[in-house]
Ligand binder design. Sequence first.
Ligand code: SIN
Length: 530
Amino acid sequence: MITTSLARSLIHRTTSFHLHQHSSFSHSYSLRCYSRKMSTETESIVARLKRSGLFQTKGLIGGKWTDAYDGRTIEVNNPANGDVVASVACMGEKETKDAISSAYDAFSHWSKLTTTDRSNRLRNWYNLLIEHKEELGQLITLEQGKPLKEAIGEVTYGASFIEFYAEEGKRVYGDIIPSTLSDRRLFVLKQPVGVVAAITPWNFPLAMITRKVGPALACGCTVIIKPSELTPLTALAASELALQSGIPPGVLNVVMGDATKIGTSLLESPQVRKITFTGSTAVGKKLMVGAAETVKKVSLELGGNAPCVVFDDADLEVALKGTLATKFRNTGQTCVCANRILVQEGIYEKFTQALTNAVQNLKVGDGFSDGVVQGPLINEAAVQKVDSFVQDAVSKGAKVLLGGKRHSLGFTFYEPTVIGDIKNEMLIARQEVFGPVAPVIRFKTEEEAIQIANDTNAGLAAYIFTNSIKRSWRVSEALEYGIVGVNEGLVSTEVAPFGGFKQSGLGREGSKYGLDEYLEIKYVCMGNMG
Ligand code: SIN
């Protein structure tokens, strides 16, 4: 049995959250601290989205949009202004069990379709996602807060996994093994694992779903998605498009609401053969324990603590651009965001000054406003966490060079921040800050940089900036990370494997390797063939 604290933390990627009753809905509750009725501006965006048919608020079970059986709902808020943008079904154990049954029943048909047939439907889904990228982008900005341009970028990125696996699913090859005995023939078949539970976070409401669902469906698995309760609207809209694309009822199901009950039901069911999760390391560990009872396959994409190492032989313009991109993407709320910026002493002052100047120009605001590149943080708990990390660093001798406090816009906005004189022992360098804060650490030698970079339990992404080809190889090989960006701050793509070393997770997503996570290997021995 998973614990209440585990399931609750499924709702939030890294920090605790505040749950409180909202008086206007007797059966609904809000997951953010700020919550108010819709402004006219939000109302017109929501009205437009409703006309598009993509504004779904019910769960999806067996191809049917379904209310919570007890009628409960949960509020979804816009983090930029606290507006309640929707009340969605708040589901629990019964709905999850029905979703599992639907996925289980649908598996027998879906897994037997030809790969071409599954591929065509995935391709249709990809086309629909791209056709509706503006509306999907608006939904992402509305419930997650990221700037609209970045949100539309997420749709393109998210859709790319569906396109890639529509093709890659055709290349699930088996093997013929030369036998040691002349009258035997040995084969290896690859078969879909079965029903998959995909538990996804709020920071990429679309891409973290498609990165799991794309390969799962391509292999012939069926899926139950549990999106974050903070951002279910994008998941529901994408699922509506999946239905329109010819993916049969029951193949893709969505349940959201009571994370304790949903999580427990998914883990306890022997029919669910695989759990795939993106979120915090703490929750990932508990899911592994929970999955042990029924020995499910597990893929985990967990927290990072990415070092971004700028050597004094780097092209400073390239290093600055790359550092800004990796640090401030999604307002610092990605697991591959630079969490520690290591700068060699010869260029420390110059680089830190250039970074501070550039960060000063990042426009903060509502993601729907022109020119905004830094949106709000997801909720009040996230702001409090970021601020407490900054205060802790300052109390231990770090220097705030820019920002370091809540933004005057209020709500969950935080000033883009640069802090110098950080030591690797400080809290901000030990854990993911998950916000727009760039902590800078000074180092002397390459050996010291590698030692500091690897001195963490995490091992997801790392970045290095250098003009030396020898150093690029040397340091890339020495870093204990699943992903290394060399002179590049944006490394995510559907064609390359994404995943971590150490406590950053298990398995890989994206690329040809991402398919393996949804396949069983079967060895067939044919005897007496002589
Ligand atoms: C994540 O933050 O979990 C994923 C980021 C990415 O796909 O680049």
